[in-house]
Design a protein around this ligand. Structure first.
Ligand SMILES: C=CC1=C(C)c2cc3[nH]c(cc4nc(cc5[nH]c(cc1n2)c(C)c5CCC(=O)O)C(CCC(=O)O)=C4C)c(C)c3C=C
Ligand code: FE2
Ligand code: FE2
Length: 340
């Protein structure tokens, strides 16, 4: 296909670190029914009474700890990646965020105006499927295109959690850290409520029925976030040659009282400290760009907890960001999209 336009979509950040901007961002983000999947009135009440009065101040402080002169690291890293990709291909590429700016509708409109455009390739910047990440991006793109009368065919790039090229790029980008002397490697994935995985299980009877469901073959794994992050972990340790007793998996960024995927990253970090690990590495493969959740939650918060628990050093392995191996892979995928 010659005339393809590409829309890369990441999550989004507040416009600034002011409490008001963070409140507006959290309101848009958490009112998404794919993120807090409760009936509208309950979601609205929960946000207005319990989340929005206090969380924005706490989150704004966290954002201040990692904000750069150019703005939010998530946006800056996504923009750098987009710029490098543009310099390597003639395919028109737009970057948008699911929440906030750059705006998805404006990006779609620019792509639709490309001369002789035949297809829009929607590329959610997430390796794993989750209703709160990939699904909401797809649904929003379809909704906006319908509202805007854009009739160009939409193609969605599949998730790539176990793709050889992705694992190779991840291992390659992590190499300088893996070559150091470390005691333990922690894979910290963004958590999701268990309910989200069960809701998206197409069989209605597979996901989270028992502890080993993710190791049994099932079509449910097409939308099973837990299965997909385990696959990334297994493929990574195999390629990087990390022995089984030298790595662990945890889930971070838990919010609210519902049951989320276990174990919690902070508990894993304390446990490995108790077991004698002194120098640990943390990699966060559910994010392709460093952001609040990697730089602040892990790079600052989890590091403090590890030191308190007796550890010496916690090093955060950077996300793929604009690593050459990642840019080359994205170029290949936007020119020859995966078809499975
Ligand atoms: C119900 C709450 C949340 C779900 C489910 C969730 C899933 C999810 N999120 C990401 C990626 C990112 N999340 C980020 C920040 C963030 N996430 C939540 C809540 C849920 N996420 C909140 C409230 C926040 C905001 C910050 C805070 O107040 O703690 C970010 C970083 C944004 C940034 O500006 O840097 C990313 C990226 C994925 C991939 C995912 C499901 C797998
Ligand atoms: Fe999140
Ligand atoms: Fe599973």
């Amino acid at each position: 296909m010659e005339n393809r336009g590409v829309l890369l979509v990441n999550l989004g950040s507040p416009d600034s670190t002011s409490i008001e901007d963070v409140r507006q961002y959290l309101d848009e983000f958490l009112m998404d029914k794919h993120v807090i999947d409760l009936p509208w009135l309950i979601r609205r009440t929960l946000l207005s009474l319990f989340i929005l009065p206090s969380r924005p101040a706490k989150s704004a402080e966290a954002y201040r700890a990692i904000w750069t002169e150019k703005g939010s690291p998530l946006i800056v890293n996504s923009e750098n990646c987009t710029e490098k990709l543009r310099s390597k291909t003639n395919t028109p590429i737009e970057l948008a965020m699911r929440y906030g700016k750059p705006d998805m509708a404006e990006a779609l409109s620019r792509l639709a105006k490309q001369p002789d455009i035949e297809e829009i390739l929607l590329f959610p910047l997430y390796p794993h499927y989750a209703m709160s990440s990939v699904k909401t991006v797809i649904e929003q793109a379809k909704k906006l295109m319908q509202e805007m009368g854009i009739t160009v065919p939409l193609r969605v790039h599949p998730v790539f959690y176990d793709h050889d090229g992705y694992i190779e790029a991840l291992v390659e980008s992590a190499k300088p850290w893996l070559e150091k002397d470390f005691d333990h490697l922690i894979f910290s994935y963004h958590g999701v409520p268990e309910r989200h995985i069960i809701k998206d299980d197409p069989t209605g009877s597979h996901c989270l029925k028992d502890k080993s469901c993710c190791q049994k073959t099932s079509i449910a794994h097409k939308t099973c976030y837990r299965h997909q992050v385990y696959q990334t972990t297994e493929a990574f340790v195999e390629k990087a040659g990390i022995p089984i007793d030298k790595y662990s998996v945890g889930f971070q960024s838990r919010l609210g009282k519902a049951k989320w995927l276990e174990p919690n990253t902070l508990d894993v970090i304390k446990q490995v400290a108790d077991q004698g690990a002194r120098r640990i590495l943390v990699i966060c493969p559910s994010f392709v760009s460093d952001c609040l959740e990697t730089l602040e939650e892990i790079g600052i918060g989890a590091k403090e907890e590890f030191i308190k628990a007796g550890g010496e050093s916690l090093e955060l392995i950077p996300c793929l960001n604009d690593h050459p191996a990642w840019i080359n892979l994205l170029k290949q995928w936007i020119e020859h999209p995966l078809t499975y």
